[in-house]
Ligand binder design. Sequence first.
Ligand SMILES: Nc1ncnc2c1ncn2[C@@H]1O[C@H](COP(=O)(O)OP(=O)(O)OP(=O)(O)O)[C@@H](O)[C@H]1O
Length: 227
Amino acid sequence: MTPDVLLRAENLTRHIAGKTLLDDITLDLVAGARLGLVGPTGSGKSLLLRSLALLEPVDSGNLLWQRAAVTNDQATIYRSQVIYVHQRAAAFEGTVETILRQPFQLKSHRDRRFDRDWIVDQLATVARDAAFLDQHHEQLSGGESQLVALLRAIQLSPRVLLLDEPTSALDRQSARHVESIVMRWYGDAPDRRAYIWVSHDPSQADRVCDSLITMHSGQIQSRQTTT
Ligand SMILES: Nc1ncnc2c1ncn2[C@@H]1O[C@H](COP(=O)(O)OP(=O)(O)OP(=O)(O)O)[C@@H](O)[C@H]1O
């Protein structure tokens, strides 16, 4: 059976100040993929993920979503399907519930509704109850803030998560909570969803990834399966 390619990057290249930061990167992310992205500091992992999320431009190359080029017209739809989660949660303001409700005010998500019960059910997975929704963002720990960022993304049911070291600033328990939320999102539709997870922690990569891409100096150095 032909694999269902969700996201394809073809020959992505990016130069800044005479340096080649992404050097002819080609990769496919098929439905069901749990892909790890590893490599030394400065090898281009974040830049690649941010390029895939349309948060950084490229100088050349193509991005395809379900085999069709991602044009400017389709960028909004693409961004609702492919969500980037940064290692440090954004500086949100207000209560957790306010923060989680915000995306539904955007035009791209106006056909959806905030589902409080779903969120409370997710919070139970990470040992939090409904009272968590009333906490103000400035009172949250780094781990809690990252959980909010993740829930904010996955409540929109994206097909792809681009996870840029989402647990690197967290203690072990908070990191496991983040992992469990991602695994639950993935496990709800493993034949339709996929993620790329940047990690510097080999044991985490073993736990959460089925295949690995190693980057070096802006290039893909190797591809391997981990299972
Ligand atoms: N907007 C930018 N302007 C100039 N240089 C940049 C920019 N973004 C990234 N770089 C450079 O590109 C290279 C790759 O950066 P990137 O953040 O992608 O690395 P990384 O592999 O994610 O590293 P780390 O593991 O430390 O997060 C680095 O040398 C970085 O300084």
